[in-house]
Ligand binder design. Structure first.
Ligand code: ZN
Length: 132
């Protein structure tokens, strides 16, 4: 398993980690398989979406903020209930195909680490699995 460290710099942030995942896949020399990307945190997530227009991740953060406002009379005493909810909505993992030793993504797709309660130092676990 590979462990990436992601240092976030604001409370809400989407960080493109596509190239870092591509580097891991290239090193593994798997012709055919899968790549699992897992975020071991309860207030962060990972998603695959457009990384061509930088407004897309900004809009997604705004949309999530409208869906789950920072203050909403939540019970959780730590004060970051919204971040926990966003983390579950987006989810802790993504899986992508590996073909011919390369990560397969659509033309406009990138892999984003999603910070919902930063700034913090975060981890991303990456596991490549060769097809039998
Ligand atoms: Zn909490």
């Amino acid at each position: 398993m590979h462990v990436l460290t992601v240092k976030t710099s604001s409370r809400f942030e989407m960080i493109d980690i596509t190239e870092r995942i591509r580097e891991i896949v290239a090193k593994e020399r798997i012709r055919d398989g899968l790549c699992l990307i897992f975020v071991p945190h309860t207030t962060a997530a990972v998603t695959i979406n457009e990384n061509a227009d930088p407004d897309v991740p900004k809009d997604m953060l705004d949309i999530l903020d409208r869906l789950v406002p920072l203050r909403g009379g939540y019970r959780h005493g730590e004060g970051n209930a919204a971040a926990h909810a966003k983390a579950s909505l987006v989810g802790p993992s993504e899986m992508a195909l590996i073909d011919d030793n390369r990560l397969v993504l659509g033309t406009w797709q990138g892999i984003f680490f999603c910070e919902f309660d930063g700034p913090r130092s975060r981890k991303v676990f990456v596991k490549t699995i060769a097809a039998p």
